[in-house]
Ligand binder design. Structure first.
Ligand SMILES: *[C@@H]1O[C@H](CO)[C@@H](O)[C@H](O)[C@H]1NC(C)=O
Ligand SMILES: *[C@@H]1O[C@H](CO)[C@@H](O)[C@H](O)[C@H]1NC(C)=O
Ligand SMILES: *[C@@H]1O[C@H](CO)[C@@H](O)[C@H](O)[C@H]1NC(C)=O
Length: 244
């Protein structure tokens, strides 16, 4: 096998990551929410869910298939001073408490691409819009009202999906932490809702393969892999253990 024979494959694999918005226009936005206990279960670093955080939190607002659109546009916490307390409350970095790493990462990777929309073309607009969408969906109450609580009992994927679809009228993408070897239960980790550029809810079913790996975190390996929850397997929704 000659190394040069692999070159086209290599180029094809890395191009989508490095290309910019102009060559990869995006058509929909994904609001991703995460269950902090699962984030900690998956973390390679020691992780403690902060006291008082016992709800779904924002992970990010992501234009689909566009990343890293402007590396010279840096996150500056001064730009979000007016919404900082909401960001701390609803968009905490459970792996690096009291740091701005998650916001910085989300802005650099996703916000710079979202900013092609006039409605999201500043850090304040981007982060506050994500928080607005999060509040409007009110995932925490929707699950509670549907009797889906974190506990030691297991759920079926359909139960969770049906609850969300019947209240919100759109199909989310429900992602789980892979079961480890010998364990037949997957763990609920992340729920994504899709929106048009006008922030209307969409079904997240467009072009979703059966098993989709969503990678977040990159360099500092903050969040590892989720897969779309397997419908034939039970789902655990673990209660939050506050370690401090
Ligand atoms: C990238 O961001 C910088 C800083 O905000 C800005 O001056 C520049 O115009 C942006 N570049 C593009 C291509 O949007
Ligand atoms: C984060 O800040 C809070 C409030 O200021 C403090 O109580 C907590 O100990 C800090 N956590 C860490 C890990 O530094
Ligand atoms: C999602 O799909 C369902 C079933 O096909 C449909 O009834 C519903 O209107 C769709 N929702 C949105 C927001 O498009």
């Amino acid at each position: 096998m000659f190394a040069w024979m692999l070159l086209p494959l290599f180029v094809a694999l890395i191009l989508p990551e490095t290309s910019d918005c102009a060559s990869h226009p995006w058509h929909l936005l994904i609001l991703s929410q995460q269950w902090p206990q699962t984030v900690c279960l998956m973390a390679s670093e020691a992780c403690k869910v902060p006291r008082a955080v016992d709800y779904w939190t924002v992970h990010g607002l992501w234009p689909k298939r566009a990343q890293m659109c402007n590396n010279s546009w840096h996150f500056d916490i001064k730009n979000v001073e007016d919404i900082l307390s909401d960001m701390e409350q609803y968009w905490p970095d459970v792996i690096h408490p009291n740091s701005t790493q998650l916001w910085k990462h989300e802005w650099q990777k996703h916000g710079t691409c979202a900013a092609t929309l006039e409605t999201l073309d500043s850090q304040e607009k981007y982060f506050s819009k994500a928080l607005d969408l999060y509040r409007n969906l009110d995932l925490n109450s929707v699950l509670q009202k549907s009797n889906i609580f974190p506990s030691s009992k297991y759920y079926m994927v359909e139960q969770i999906e049906n609850a969300l679809v019947s209240v919100l009228g759109a199909t989310p993408k429900i992602q789980c932490m892979f079961p480890t070897k010998g364990v037949s239960v997957q763990t609920l980790g992340q729920i994504e809702f899709c929106f048009t550029k006008e922030f209307q809810l969409l079904n997240c079913t467009e072009g979703v393969p059966n098993v989709h790996i969503s990678r977040e975190g990159g360099q500092h390996n903050t969040y590892s892999e989720y897969a779309v929850c397997d419908r034939s397997m039970q789902v655990s929704y673990p209660p939050i253990e506050h370690l401090y």
